[in-house]
Structure formats: structure tokens, C-alpha cells
Design a protein around this ligand. Structure first.
Ligand SMILES: [Fe+2]
Ligand SMILES: [Fe+2]
Length: 185
């Protein structure tokens, strides 16, 4: 079994660190599509990284960029909503038992669609403004806060099926996902 070890940086420039994770998430999606790769191991690493990355952004990056007026409330809320949609697609991926089934491949396609969209939008509407309008000091202090939250989430096993179920349920409760679509039970 391939083991994926996710890097745990602790300092740097927040815009570089977030972009590096995006590239890693893209690599893991490519491995999940590859029938010769250890798709199950790639899925586990992808799930841990996606959850830790996004939760840490919501908690430590978006609010500070908003308070420094680098992004506005609408951009912050849009990011939170896209994370919720991505987590819901991730839940479907984790619910697929095998990795060589149509169910897995359909769920993977759904994840890729929402995540690729979010990565593109975040780099354009959040990371670029942060590069242009946030000071070096702010970008470094955000890097410390984000990596610390991200790394502790990674250590806690945040990407298990049970954990993602809870996160998606909370997103419905918080109104980040349209309520008419909430699955029964
Ligand atoms: Fe991101
Ligand atoms: Fe994000």
C-alpha cells in the first residue's frame, strides 16, 4: 500500500502555502483517477488534506483578510459556501465502498468539478488580493495561524467518513447548503 505523507509546513507566505496545497490536492485527484495507483490511500490522504486545508482557511484566514479589508464579507461567505459544497461532494466519495466502481468514479467527477472551480476562484479572488493588498507581516502571521490549525486537524484524523458527515450536517444547520437538498435520515 502506498503511503502518502502530507507535508506539514509551519511558516512561510500564506499565499504560497495555500497554493502548494492546491497543487497537492490536484495531484491526489489525479492519483484517484489512476487505476494503477493506490486509489484508496490517495482518497484517505485527499480527504484529510481537503478538510484540514479548508477548515483552517475558514477559521484563520478568511476572517482576518476580511477584517483587514483585503476581501469583503461576500467573498468570505462565498468561500465558506464553496467549502460546504466541496465537503458534500467529498462525503459522496467517502461513501463509495470500492474505488473501482461507477459510484466512486461519479463521486470523483463531482468532487473534481466543485473543487477545481473553488481552487480557481480562491486563487483569483482571495490569494491575488492578498498578494497585492496584504503586508508581508500579515501574510507571515496568517501562515503561522493557518498551518498550526491545519496541522492539528491533520493529526486529529479530520478526513474520516464520520468526521465529514458531521461537517456536512453542520453546514446544513448553518445554512451554507440549500436545505431542500438535505438527504433524509
Ligand atoms: Fe484553498
Ligand atoms: Fe478554500
Amino acid at each position: 500500500m502506498t503511503s502518502y505523507s502530507i507535508p506539514r509546513p509551519t511558516a512561510g507566505d500564506i499565499t504560497d502555502l495555500i497554493a502548494a496545497d492546491h497543487r497537492l490536492l490536484e495531484d491526489l485527484m489525479r492519483d484517484m483517477r489512476d487505476s494503477e495507483a493506490d486509489r484508496d490511500a490517495a482518497r484517505a490522504a485527499f480527504s484529510d488534506l481537503l478538510v484540514a486545508h479548508s477548515e483552517a482557511e475558514e477559521e484563520t484566514v478568511y476572517p482576518h483578510l476580511k477584517s483587514k479589508k483585503v476581501i469583503d464579507g461576500e467573498e468570505q461567505e462565498h468561500g465558506d459556501k464553496e467549502h460546504a459544497a466541496t465537503n458534500e461532494a467529498l462525503l459522496h466519495l467517502l461513501q463509495a465502498k470500492g474505488t473501482d466502481t461507477q459510484k466512486f468514479e461519479d463521486a470523483l467527477e463531482e468532487v473534481a468539478e466543485v473543487l477545481n472551480h473553488h481552487i480557481g476562484e480562491e486563487e483569483l479572488s482571495i490569494l491575488n488580493p492578498a498578494k497585492e493588498d496584504a503586508s508581508q507581516d500579515l501574510r507571515e502571521s496568517l501562515a503561522e495561524a493557518w498551518t498550526s490549525k491545519r496541522n492539528s486537524l491533520l493529526d486529529s484524523g479530520c478526513g474520516t467518513l464520520e468526521s465529514v458527515e458531521k461537517i456536512v450536517k453542520k453546514a446544513y444547520d448553518d445554512g451554507l447548503l440549500p436545505n431542500d437538498e438535505q438527504p433524509e435520515g
